[in-house]
Design a binder for this molecule. Structure first.
Ligand SMILES: Cc1cc2nc3c(=O)[nH]c(=O)nc-3n(C[C@H](O)[C@H](O)[C@H](O)COP(=O)(O)OP(=O)(O)OC[C@H]3O[C@@H](n4cnc5c(N)ncnc54)[C@H](O)[C@@H]3O)c2cc1C
Length: 542
């Protein structure tokens, strides 16, 4: 190996987990290097909505959210169940608020409470119907200078100069239905005019989060080497002492005097690993995670003796395969006027349930693909992806269209009588405003991306106005959630529970503290940033 360099801390991956870890070590005085495989930084973090679920952080407490450590502990224990050790859950709850305060001190990031976006199980003890998630405020990309051009683009690009927040989507989807939809659109135009008059290049959501973390690293003088993939871990006498990477076509050894942090994301784009660890049908076509996330850090950790956990699971969500790529549908499936049916033409799930739960049911019951059935009234009322109400769906968006439910059934190959009966039964229940079959609308969560102007239930309305449409629904994901097993200090563990000295992991490269569940908006980024921070601080003190 031609080149050897040495730092105190080496961090693999420039996403939320890696950049937070690097900031923690650098701000504690350690020389720190981040290596990033892609020609851009930000990973899935930059593509994301950047909702962050961290109970009791200073932002929500200042906003008056009545959270307490006891409430958060009760809620998370109920959501996650016994699969995740209590010590890890508690480490997340104790350190999450510290991580947010640390980022407020050492980056230009500022956050707002996503008021009204409920926890995903708000009726459980300690759950919050008004939510505890936060998201970044808009950031002026001018602070990144030339580094702005190297920020991984967003999954849902907004026109340059516009600022759209997570909390705006609910209202934008209701632009033809609710005065607040129009008010939100007007507010977005107003923000644009104000900020462009000030010469700002505002960025929001995942762009703001990844950009803000990168700005923090710039200020702390941490180099981020792009186009530098981790090839393997460097082990000396049973201790991880750095990494072997490729840079400018050469293999190099990067020694880490104090420790190495794996923040290289999940394995969502690794076809072989997905087939090996996950249930069929599975592949890499239905994920919206960053293309460079191919599980390299997980495999390198395993070669160094690490245990793996939760490899069969992912941050699932129902996905519509559109011609230009998979669409992770949120409001599209929860707004009234939709149902999911299986190949027998029957409903099988609460369509408005938290996204990972819906896909767990799809896999458990074998309903893949299934169909989302809607009508013209739904098209007339709501935004669909970025398509304004009333406009015709572009070519290839839906699988079938027909003027009768029976004709639609024939086109998607489900029994016509069964689909007619399903729609008739659903319509009767929607008129009554209750769904005794699947309890859609019973949870405050179901009503978030719904239509408050729709009566008697914001979540349910009959499917009656032809033509009718069927969309293909497949199990998509925001990334995988299985990986290196870590302890409460983010140290990587062997199958016998012992610690691999010198090795830490955080984010989707590690087995998730959420277990098989999803506590609220931001349940992947909140823990990724928290355990990135924990890893960094532990490495400093260790
Ligand atoms: C469209 C979308 C919306 C989302 N919305 C939300 C949301 O609102 N809230 C939420 O909590 N989560 C959300 N998620 C999920 C969330 O973005 C991810 O779970 C999170 O970003 C994972 O962070 P990470 O740091 O582990 O990985 P990433 O941010 O993906 O970073 C991993 C980095 O490691 C790099 N890497 C990979 N292999 C190597 C290697 N061999 N060497 C060096 N570097 C390597 C990758 O290129 C990447 O840059 C969303 C995801 C998507 C795609």
């Amino acid at each position: 190996m031609a080149v050897t360099v040495e730092y105190d801390a080496v961090v693999v991956g420039a996403g939320a987990a890696g950049m937070t870890a690097a900031l923690a070590t650098a701000r504690s005085g350690l020389s720190t290097l981040v290596i990033e495989k892609a020609p851009v930084y930000g990973g899935s973090t930059a593509r994301s909505g950047a909702g962050i679920w961290i109970p009791n952080n200073e932002v929500i407490l200042a906003a008056g959210v009545p959270d307490t450590p006891a409430k958060a502990d009760t809620y998370l224990a109920a959501v996650v169940g016994p699969e995740v050790p209590a010590a890890r859950r508690q480490a997340f709850l104790a350190n999450g608020p510290r991580a947010i305060s640390f980022l407020l001190r050492h980056t230009p990031l500022r956050f707002s409470w996503m008021q009204g976006y409920p926890d995903y199980y708000p009726e459980l003890p300690g759950g919050m119907p008004q939510g505890r998630s936060i998201e970044p405020q808009a950031l002026d990309a001018n602070i990144l200078g030339a580094e702005y051009a190297k920020l991984n683009p967003s999954y849902v690009p907004t026109p340059p100069g516009t600022v759209v927040y997570d909390v705006d989507y609910k209202w934008l989807s209701l632009i033809a239905r609710h005065p607040r939809g129009v008010a939100t659109a007007t507010e977005i135009v107003w923000r644009y005019l104000q900020l462009s008059a000030q010469g700002q290049k505002p960025i929001s959501m995942g762009q703001a989060l990844a950009g803000g973390l990168r700005a923090g690293l710039l200020a702390a003088g941490v180099p981020v080497w792009l186009d530098t993939p981790l090839l393997d871990l460097h082990v000396e006498n049973g201790r991880v002492a750095g990494v072997v990477a490729r840079r400018d076509g050469q293999e190099i050894l990067i020694r880490a005097r104090r420790g190495t942090v794996i923040g290289s994301g999940g394995f969502e784009h690794n076809e072989r690993m997905r087939k090996q660890y996950q249930q069929a049908p599975i592949g890499t076509d239905w994920t919206v995670g960053a293309a460079s996330n191919t599980g390299d850090g997980i495999e390198a950790g395993e070669r160094a003796g690490a245990a793996l956990g939760l490899m069969d699971d992912a941050w699932w969500g129902p996905m519509i395969p559109l011609p230009d790529g998979p669409w992770f549908c949120l409001s599209e499936r929860t707004l009234p006027g939709t149902i999911f049916v299986n190949q027998a033409g029957q409903r099988f799930v609460n369509e408005a349930a938290p996204y990972s739960d819906v896909v767990h049911v799809m896999y458990e019951k074998g309903h893949i693909p299934c169909w989302m059935i809607t009508d013209q009234e739904y098209r007339n009322r709501y935004l669909f992806k970025d398509l304004a109400p009333l406009l015709p769906y572009p070519e290839g968006w839906y699988r079938a269209k027909d003027w009768t439910i029976g004709g639609l059934a024939a086109k998607i190959g489900v029994p016509a009588a069964a689909l007619r009966a399903t729609v008739e039964r659903f319509n009767a229940q929607a008129r009554a405003g209750r769904d005794p079959d699947h309890r859609r609308g019973d949870s405050a969560y179901d009503a978030y991306f719904a239509d408050p102007t729709n009566q008697p239930s914001p979540c349910l309305t009959p499917i009656w106005l032809p033509p009718f449409y069927a969309f293909t629904i497949v199990p998509g994901d925001l990334g995988t959630k299985g990986g290196l097993v870590t302890d409460a200090r983010a140290r990587v563990l062997r199958p016998d529970g012992s610690v691999i000295p010198g090795l830490y992991a955080a984010g989707n490269a590690s087995a998730a503290v959420m277990g098989r569940s999803y506590a609220g908006a931001g349940s992947t980024l909140g823990p990724a940033m928290t355990f990135g921070y924990v890893a960094g601080m532990d490495l400093v003190s260790g």
